[in-house]
Design a protein around this ligand. Structure first.
Ligand SMILES: NC(=O)C1=CN([C@@H]2O[C@H](COP(=O)(O)OP(=O)(O)OC[C@H]3O[C@@H](n4cnc5c(N)ncnc54)[C@H](OP(=O)(O)O)[C@@H]3O)[C@@H](O)[C@H]2O)C=CC1
Ligand SMILES: O=C([O-])CC(=O)C(=O)O
Length: 267
């Protein structure tokens, strides 16, 4: 059995916990790291009773695989602990991976693996395949309800107000790296896309605050020597955190399942 640990039990962590509790062949929920055990326990009864709640830095001692579903601030703590311990690290705060890039070299030394789920996005299988050839351009266009973008550092730093918006407004146009830095709770998907394709500096990103949309919408356009493709996903917001699409947690579950599956489909 592979022992899974969950760092954070919000929209991502709680759903992954529920699915593990229901049973996934070859995987067991071994430990969690949460701030409020009683809050977690009201949703997954075994937490704190049979499943230990431990400090973030201790989680890797109890587990083979860690799924990270934290805000930006504690990311580095769990990422470092997991990678230094040579375990499998599955981050959802992918933008923070770009900010802690030294961890890739450290993982090569310790034997750790960093597996990034497709998350709230689509089509990273095709982008990875195209990257084996020559990709000319990758562009992502994200549309979110203005409320979902409120408080983003880029908006604050540039005095961009979304108050009373009644038509779509482009609030960012730049590289995936700059976008992930300026909107750390909003476009981890752009960081993942960039890692699958041509990197965070060449991947272009537009972010629109759009009062007409109720779902977080991401469109990808890729031009490569092997194929040109465009794909769009409209994410249903999760109950625990409306900024996070429901499919994000399920993407991590699908990736976990793939760790032990006999038959695995997709690149
Ligand atoms: N890659 C992708 O496609 C996507 C990535 N994301 C990203 O994934 C991450 C998780 O998202 P989501 O689940 O919605 O986030 P939530 O805000 O719903 O949950 C975060 C969880 O982390 C807990 N937490 C905060 N600080 C600590 C700490 N120091 N130790 C332990 N637990 C802590 C919170 O606890 P408490 O409730 O007590 O504060 C909460 O349970 C975010 O960075 C988000 O931006 C989101 C969507 C798509
Ligand atoms: O859920 C989404 O649509 C994407 C998201 O928040 C992120 O990438 O951080």
């Amino acid at each position: 059995m592979l022992r899974v640990g969950l760092a954070g039990l919000g929209a991502v962590g709680l759903e992954v916990a529920r699915r593990l509790e229901q049973g996934i062949p070859g995987l067991t929920l071994a430990a969690v790291s949460v701030r409020d055990v009683s809050k977690a326990q009201s949703k997954v009864a075994k937490i704190g009773a049979e499943i230990p709640n431990v400090a973030l830095t201790e989680l890797p001692q109890h587990c083979d695989v860690i799924v990270e579903g934290l805000p930006k601030a504690p990311f580095a703590e769990i990422a470092r602990a997991t990678i230094y311990a040579g375990k499998v690290f599955m981050p959802l705060s992918v933008g923070q991976l770009l900010e802690n890039w030294d961890l890739i070299d450290r993982a090569k030394e310790t034997g750790a693996r960093i597996l990034v789920p497709t998350g709230a996005l689509i089509g990273l299988d095709a982008v990875r395949a195209a990257a084996e050839g020559d990709i000319r351009s990758v562009t992502m266009i994200t549309r979110k309800p203005p409320g979902g973008l409120e408080g983003a550092p880029y908006l604050v730093q540039n005095n961009i107000s979304l108050h009373g918006l009644n038509e779509a407004k482009k609030v960012f146009d730049g590289s995936a790296r700059e976008g992930a830095r300026g909107f750390p709770a909003n476009v981890n998907v752009a960081a993942a896309l960039s890692l699958a394709g041509i990197g965070p500096d060449k991947t272009r990103l537009q972010i629109w605050a759009d009062p007409q949309v109720t779902r977080n919408t991401h469109r990808i356009e890729v031009d490569a020597d092997t194929a040109s493709f465009s794909m769009m996903i409209e994410n249903v917001p999760s109950v625990e955190n409306p900024r996070t699409g429901k499919i994000t947690a399920l993407s991590a579950v699908a990736m976990l399942r793939g760790l032990t599956a006999t038959l695995k489909v997709g690149t």
